[in-house]
Design a protein around this ligand. Structure first.
Ligand code: NAD
Length: 359
């Protein structure tokens, strides 16, 4: 597919290819939609097999950010950058400063920060050259604990919708993935008196959860079929598909992972038809974005941010009501929720000339 084919198919405003001769920096920025505000999204460094793979990734991820921003009611649009290269060899101060200069040249159309293989130290170089880097260690910091807090409230909202009671006390929760977010979610669950069943490909993380929370450990394939109230996917994407959904013995799926459903339409419907309530991923895991977004309103305040994050609870309840009313699965309801917000804001016109000098 050509670049314009992608832009037309997915509705992108702009796709930019960039290259810096002296550092070998090369990458692609996709600005999907700035209807609601400037584009925002992380920068991913990856050794893509070819340019087509990089283009597909950046197009898909930037579009996802538009929906995530709209669903989180942040006044930003979706964007993403991918850098093509081997993370083990390309990184240097000059490389990230060259990238920062390039971001600066976009003049605020795109704000960016960490994503896979880009850490806060890399961002420290980027910010030397650009005003449009966010999620910095000395401002909103590591998003994972905030994402976990938001997802925890999302789990409670989903419990309320399913059982009319948001308490997690004595609920059995099966957690898949005990990384930065999943482990912190377990801390919240444990504090509230939930019983945990856990798995991870890293044995030490499982042992730590068994010791800290009295969790029951199961194998990585076993997690789908354990008897539980809530299945919390907190690892990789596409874990719920035609093979795994029939195995589930839960009433709720709610976790922090991105792109949980292999096929949004088909697998979303499969869950709905089995009576399993699914918390749409880009809504329940939106707190990392909400955290970064608060940097637009300095000084950043953690307490105020957490109050914003807790709004995920009501937002999910609104999405569940929409799904019920329109008899559609909750992932599609979340898409509609985001699209309706974008449509609403598209029609708001300014009655002043921005940045005009008074006459
Ligand atoms: N970190 C954030 O703020 C944030 C924000 C939004 C969404 N997410 C999503 O949440 C998920 C977790 O993110 P994270 O930051 O905790 O990542 P992480 O890498 O710290 O944790 C992921 C964990 O999953 C485990 N894992 C990988 N494959 C597995 C498998 N097949 N079975 C069981 N465990 C497996 C890993 O060993 C690791 O412990 C990801 O899907 C991520 O995209 C994270």
């Amino acid at each position: 597919m050509g670049v314009f084919d992608y832009m037309e198919k997915y509705g992108h405003e702009q796709i930019i290819f960039f290259h810096d001769k002296s550092t070998g920096l090369k990458g692609i920025t996709a600005i999907h939609d700035t209807t609601v505000g400037p584009a925002i999204g992380g920068t991913r460094l990856w050794n893509y097999e070819n340019e087509e793979d990089a283009l597909f990734d950046v197009v898909r991820l930037s579009r996802g950010m538009t929906y995530k921003c709209a669903a989180a009611e942040c006044n930003c649009g979706g964007g993403k950058s991918v850098l093509l290269g081997d993370p083990k060899t390309v990184k240097s101060e000059a490389y990230f400063r060259a990238y920062g200069r390039y971001i600066q040249s976009l003049n605020g159309r795109f704000y960016t920060g960490e994503d896979m293989n880009i850490n806060e130290h890399d961002c420290d170089y980027m910010v030397m050259e650009s005003d449009y880097i966010n999620g910095l260690a000395n401002v909103s910091g590591n998003p994972s604990p905030v994402t976990a807090y938001g997802a925890y409230w999302g789990v409670k909202a989903t419990a309320f919708e399913k059982w009319g009671n948001n308490s997690l006390k004595d609920r059995v929760i099966a957690v898949q993935g005990l990384g930065a977010v999943g482990y912190t979610m377990c801390e919240h669950f444990h504090k509230e008196g939930a019983k945990l069943i856990v798995t991870d490909i890293v044995k030490e993380r499982v042992q730590k959860a068994v010791k800290a929370f009295g969790a029951k450990a199961v194998g990585i394939n076993e997690i789908y079929s354990v008897e539980c109230d809530i299945f919390a996917p907190c690892s990789i994407g596409a874990v719920l598909n035609d093979d795994t959904i029939p195995q589930l013995k839960c009433e709720v799926v709610a976790g922090c992972a991105n792109n949980v459903l292999l096929d949004e339409n088909k697998n979303g419907d499969m869950l709905m038809n089995r009576g399993i309530l699914y918390a749409p991923d880009f809504v329940i895991n939106g707190a990392g974005l909400i955290n970064v977004y608060q940097e637009f309103f300095p000084p950043y305040n953690r307490e105020a941010t957490l109050r914003e994050v807790e709004k995920i609870y009501d937002r999910l309840l609104r999405i569940y009501a929409y799904a019920k009313e329109h008899k559609i699965n909750t992932q599609l309801a979340a898409n509609k929720f985001a699209e309706e917000r974008m449509a609403l804001l598209k029609d708001i016109h300014a009655n002043y000339i921005p940045n005009a000098k008074s006459l």
